[in-house]
Design a protein around this ligand. Sequence first.
Ligand SMILES: NC(=O)c1ccc[n+]([C@@H]2O[C@H](COP(=O)([O-])OP(=O)(O)OC[C@H]3O[C@@H](n4cnc5c(N)ncnc54)[C@H](O)[C@@H]3O)[C@@H](O)[C@H]2O)c1
Length: 260
Amino acid sequence: MNADPILDFSGQVALITGAASGFGQLLAHELGRRGARLVLGDINEEALATVADELAGDGIDFRSKRCDVSVETDCAALVELANSAFGRLDLAVNNAGIAPPMMRLEETDEAEMDRQYNVNLKGVMFGLKYQLPLMKRHGGGAILNVSSMAGLGGAPKIASYAAAKHAVIGVTKTAAVENAKYGVRVNAICPFFTLTPMVTGIETPGVSGEEMQVFLATGCPMKRLGQPEEVVAAMLMLLSPKMTYITGQALAVDGGVSAY
Ligand SMILES: NC(=O)c1ccc[n+]([C@@H]2O[C@H](COP(=O)([O-])OP(=O)(O)OC[C@H]3O[C@@H](n4cnc5c(N)ncnc54)[C@H](O)[C@@H]3O)[C@@H](O)[C@H]2O)c1
């Protein structure tokens, strides 16, 4: 039992997509050690098995399943796992996402647009479609969709990613308005570049990873990239069972970028 009710997730059932890496992996640990029971999905089964081993070692109660969020039946099956294992769903985090290769808008082909919309937008909508009914059946809950600073403003050379992440905010606000009366809160989080494998793995010909990170940080008032812990702290806040009057928001976690 956590002493602080704002961070006490005891008895809550939390579903996370993209739980095998980055924000999803860290959030699973943070929710689990605060008492939540977890339902975890990811397309990468091997990495998910590693996370499962870690959680089991920490005595956290969880279920995990391969889930490609761009496949509607996979999203339905992950929610059904929450229902069959725990009989309810209190929290859902639609976090799974992919970064595009950097290219100018006029070079972006249809296949890349489809890839971005299928995972980064439809993955969130499929999640909501099946999470909402189960949550509503048991009196409500909280959903957090992972957008990006690329969902709040222009994002040079990643137009299709920006389009999908802007759309995630539109979907978040719509779901928040439609479901507020049923006790379901729906928010989005918009991180600036943060040092998860998605960013540490960026490969640019002729530029080292470290040089790229220094370059990216120049656009931030804090002159540094985010740490995964800083984004996950904001995620915990938006999911908190005491954060009951916040819905339909797209929260920038950005070292001040959006304050320019
Ligand atoms: N790291 C950043 O700088 C940053 C900034 C803004 C937004 N985001 C968003 O945060 C979310 C998490 O990213 P991260 O930084 O932790 O990256 P990450 O690459 O470390 O983790 C992403 C996870 O999603 C999984 N995934 C990818 N495609 C999937 C699919 N089709 N179905 C299910 N799982 C899938 C991957 O296997 C991986 O485990 C993403 O939506 C990303 O767009 C990241």
